[in-house]
Design a protein around this ligand. Structure first.
Ligand SMILES: *Cc1c(COP(=O)(O)O)cnc(C)c1O
Length: 395
């Protein structure tokens, strides 16, 4: 069945539920799950036409599957992009971008506030293949400008950053990238398309860890890249030959996740804002990092670029590691886990977990102090979250 080509006329909430819907000849109303590795052909000639791309259809699930297609089309519509390609995880998506867009001798400029595995991909794997990365303070526009070389092909950033929720100016950085032939890639994991659409602000490609807010329930790993068709085509070809493919089952789970994305984000952001304001007024707390608070250094930029402050709140408790660990160990409701994007709230001590393997100096430079805690706020009643945190506060 054809996808509704008038989809862009609809509001984002509608696209999240309707875009990319495909119905088999049975006419099922829910999304069909096509758990099949391959598809059969009526004739040898049909097989030949399908493999040559002369005829549209499905051949083999490493690169064509109706359930994965539905997820790709829906996410592309939600990000305002022409085309999306799904991948097995967020890291598989990011890796596919690098493999498809870069070659030995190319150069990347990246914000220094990145997901740890992304940094490791740049300084480990890519460096090994002759692709060099310069890390800059993402908020310093001059630094992006100065780090660019003739061989720079790609700018890379995440906004808001993890865990301190720094907000970077996508449009301004896109403008700098586009003074040359540089692609701007934005990891939109923390906001999701419900809050921020980097392509509309000038980014060339958006990458996602679908594992987080797109699923929203901490069930499956998944990833995706969205952008213009001509940029997605080589990434698709890479996924087709290298195989970091999203499974049909995971795509099916993610499709149902997308249906509630807007509702979840709206409520989780409201909870986060209320929790952040309460934390800011609590005597046990030294400092709160949340883009939705007027005290956040990029509050105005966040309001211009995002629909809300997001659902991640970081804060520093007085008393260093001992006080921070007391909070982590005292919670009875909030989950002690490093994941985020779930409807269940989670708490992490970044200095001893996600950021433990960098040097103490690098940690200090990044502002990851011993008293810092990160809460990814979920859908529980916010009063229950406050009461839970109070178990560990001494003040
Ligand atoms: C989790 C995460 C990733 C990696 O995604 P996986 O699905 O775990 O591979 C990339 N970027 C950000 C910002 C993340 O939070």
């Amino acid at each position: 069945m054809a996808t509704d080509k008038s989809a862009p006329l609809y509001h984002p909430e509608t696209l999240a539920i309707r875009a990319g819907r495909e119905t088999s000849p049975y006419g099922e109303h829910s999304q069909g799950l096509f758990l099949t590795s391959s598809f059969t052909f009526d004739t040898a000639a049909e097989a030949a036409a399908l493999f040559l791309g002369e005829q549209e259809g499905y051949t083999y699930s490493r690169f064509t599957n109706p359930t994965v297609d539905a997820f790709q089309q829906r996410l592309a519509a939600m990000e305002g992009g022409e085309r999306a390609i799904a991948a097995a995880s967020g890291m598989a998506a990011i890796q596919a971008v690098m493999m498809a867009c870069l070659k030995a001798g190319d150069h990347i400029v990246a914000s220094q506030s990145l997901f740890g595995s992304t940094t490791n991909l740049f300084i480990g794997t890519l460096a090994k293949f002759g692709i060099d990365t310069t890390f800059v303070d993402g908020g310093d526009l001059e630094a992006w400008q100065q780090a660019r070389r003739p061989e720079t092909r790609l700018f890379y950033l995440e906004t808001p950053s993890n865990p301190l929720t720094d907000v970077f100016d996508i449009k301004a950085i896109a403008d700098i990238a586009h003074q040359g032939e540089v692609l701007l890639v934005v990891d939109n994991c923390f906001c999701s398309p419900a809050l921020q659409q980097p392509l509309a602000l000038g980014a060339d490609l958006v990458v996602h860890s679908a594992t987080k807010y797109l699923d929203g329930h901490g069930r499956v790993l998944g990833g995706a890249v969205v952008g213009r068709s001509e940029l997605i085509e080589p990434i698709y070809l890479h996924v087709r030959s290298a195989g970091p493919t999203l499974s049909a089952f995971n795509a099916w789970v993610l499709l149902s996740g997308l249906e509630t994305l807007h509702l979840r984000m709206e409520k989780q952001c409201a909870n986060a804002l209320e929790l952040a304001a309460w934390l800011e007024s609590h005597p046990a707390v030294e400092r709160v990092y949340y883009p939705g608070l007027p005290s956040h250094p990029q509050h105005a930029l966040a309001l211009a670029q995002q629909k809300a402050g997001g659902a991640v709140v970081s804060f520093v408790v007085k008393g260093g590691r001992e006080a921070a660990w007391r909070v982590v160990d005292s919670v009875q409701l909030i989950s002690r886990t490093a994941n985020l994007g779930d409807v269940k709230s989670t708490i992490t001590h970044p200095a001893s977990t996600t950021h433990a393997r960098i040097t103490p100096e690098a940690r200090a430079n990044a502002g990851i102090v011993e008293g810092l805690l990160r809460v990814a706020v979920g859908l529980e009643h916010v009063d229950d979250l406050k009461r839970d945190l109070l178990h560990g506060f001494v003040a």
